[in-house]
Ligand binder design. Structure first.
Ligand code: NAP
Length: 307
């Protein structure tokens, strides 16, 4: 039986691994289908403290992993496919084949940014297509940009991007935003923000396959197609927490995020959660890492209390 199994290997999971490993708990990290998590799809990370020159997302995650294994964590490129938290020790089915028993569990499976799913968009992720303005906006200085979406994220990201961009077009599929009135007003009244109502992206245009040069847009009412020249496309159509395997096993909110009781505790004793799988607000590598540390400390204390 493992003292602690950490499910997920983004900044939250790997920080929890560093802390629990240094507490001699020899954690097992199930890395999941995307080891390193969302950061591995970002190019440069410039806002993670300690790297004044910036660091690439994959490199940052490699370093966190190395730091965790150095202290005795085991990281395996395997996924939790089912969990049984009904009795202790808890049981985690791995890759549908084996079962691992755990005295405690830290869930850090993150969230997945939603994309439109069109082929040209998928090919250009990290090359002008991004789902995080806070992370990548800085790389688009003096460019015209577009944001897809009509919720709070879309208007917030569009407003944020005006710091760098010469113009930001919000592309929304309806004629009304669902964002809160005050945030809408901030975006709509901004001289650099334009709206493309009733509009969807049909194709992301590129010349070299390494940059975005424009978008082919379609008016959903008239069917008219036009080209919008932009140097970057930001998706703000929501996130989906990666909690499929935890449905009915721990309390989730109506959007599927794990609900916390006290600190990083879920409703199941000895099961903790950290990072984007609980966070609808900050979603930063540094905040996830901070929460991973908190979960590790909560977990360590809980295990001590069981002895
Ligand atoms: P959201 O409220 O679910 O909005 C998603 C938007 O994307 C909607 O306008 C939706 O269009 C559009 N959309 C979804 N799928 C699409 C597709 N395939 N193609 C084109 N458009 C698509 O998501 P969110 O803006 O990320 O916000 C999530 C939650 O976080 C909300 O509760 C929000 O209030 C909160 N939040 C708060 C703040 C803040 O207070 N500072 C900031 C960000 C987010 P329709 O409108 O047509 O459905």
């Amino acid at each position: 039986m493992r003292n602690v199994v950490i499910i997920g290997s983004g900044p939250a999971g790997l920080t929890a691994a560093i802390y629990t490993a240094r507490a001699n708990l020899e954690p097992l990290v199930l890395e999941g289908i995307q080891p390193g998590g969302q950061l591995t799809t970002t190019n440069e990370v410039e806002n993670y403290p300690g790297f004044p020159e910036g660091i690439t997302g994959p490199e940052l995650m490699d370093q966190m992993r190395a730091q965790a294994t150095r202290f005795g964590a085991t990281a395996e490129f395997k996924a939790a496919t089912a969990v049984d938290f009904s009795s202790r020790p808890y049981k985690i089915e791995v890759d549908g084949t084996e079962t691992v028993e755990a005295a405690s569990v830290i869930i850090s499976t993150g969230a997945t940014a939603m994309y439109l799913g069109i082929e040209s968009e998928q090919k250009l992720i990290g090359h002008g297509v991004s789902a995080c303005a806070t992370c990548d906006g800085f790389f688009f200085k003096d460019k015209e940009l577009a944001v897809v979406g009509g919720g709070d994220s879309a208007v917030e990201e569009a407003t944020f991007l005006t710091r760098f961009a010469t113009k930001v077009t919000i592309i929304h599929r309806r004629d009304q935003l669902r964002a809160s009135k005050i945030m809408q007003a901030r975006a709509l009244e901004h001289p650099k923000v334009e709206m493309a109502w009733n509009t969807v992206v049909e194709e992301v245009l590129t010349e070299t396959g390494k940059e975005v040069t424009g978008l082919r847009l379609k008016d959903v009412n008239t069917g008219d197609v036009r080209t919008l020249p932009v140097g970057g496309l930001f998706l703000a159509i929501g996130h989906r927490p990666n909690t499929e395997v935890f449905q009915g096993k721990v309390d989730l909110d109506e959007q599927g995020y794990i609900k916390l009781n006290r600190f990083t505790e879920t409703n199941v004793p000895g099961v903790f959660a950290a990072g984007d799988v609980v966070d609808t607000r900050y979603r930063q590598a540094i905040t996830a890492a901070g929460m991973g540390c908190q979960a590790a400390m909560d977990c360590e204390k809980w295990l001590e209390e069981q002895e």
